[in-house]
Design a protein. Structure first.
Lengths: 112, 114
């Protein structure tokens, strides 16, 4: 049972464009939603995170949009750069537990 | 501050053997979580330890076990290895002060079971 569904599986964007990755969840007990970036041979690194009482959070070129009623959240990468080419994972943490549930990942390629 | 370290980085075992992986969290962090990453199943939570006690557990068989020492270092053990246990095993640490903290991941141990 996939608790967090992520799309698309892969994405190709031109340099300078906007990359958008979407996630949806079912469990209303989730109350913390981080996004991780993973480069080959490395562990995931936290990019940005949001809690359900906020509809949007921006850090530099990265923005999370959160729709609590639709149980969806998305990552927007503005002015995408070749160095952003990596695999991105959305995740959700259940209230009262230190236990991340991850989406399946999106392989992002930024063409120069 | 040094990051999360995991040893060994690579490991090859045969079916039926057992394996122990080690994780040293960021200095001062008391919570250590383990995840399994495979191409088919993605990243899956194994268990979390805080102050030497298992606080959360994922849906893995009893062949997967772990422990945490008084210095917060953690080990996970997989007994009676199966081909499907081939994966990248990731350790993550956090301070443990709350349940919604950033988890910092190590580089992982890549296990190949032949």
């Amino acid at each position: 049972q996939q608790q967090v569904k992520q799309s698309p599986q892969s994405l190709i964007v031109q340099k300078g464009g906007i990359s958008i990755i979407n996630c949806a969840y079912e469990n209303t007990a989730f109350d913390y939603f981080p996004w991780y970036q993973q480069f080959p041979g490395k562990g995931p690194a936290l990019l940005i995170a949001i809690r359900p009482d906020v509809s949007e959070k921006k850090e530099g070129r990265f923005t999370i949009s959160f729709n609590k009623s639709a149980k969806q959240f998305s990552l927007h990468i503005m002015d995408s750069q070749p160095g952003d080419s990596a695999t991105y994972f959305c995740a959700a943490n259940e209230q009262g537990a230190q236990k991340l549930v991850f989406g399946q990942g999106t392989r992002l390629t930024i063409n120069p | 501050k040094a990051g999360v370290t995991q040893t060994p980085r690579y490991l090859i075992k045969t079916r039926g053997q057992q394996v122990t992986l080690s994780c040293s969290p960021i200095s001062g962090h008391r919570s250590v979580s383990w995840y399994q990453q495979t191409p088919g199943q993605g990243l899956q939570f194994l268990f979390e330890y805080f102050s030497e006690t298992q606080r959360n557990k994922g849906n893995f068989p009893g062949r997967f076990s772990g422990r945490q020492f008084s210095n917060s270092r953690s080990e996970m053990n997989v007994s009676t290895l199966e081909l499907g246990d081939s994966a990248l095993y990731l350790c993550a640490s956090s301070s443990g002060a709350s349940l919604q903290e950033t988890q910092y991941f190590g580089p992982g141990t890549r296990l190949l079971v032949l």
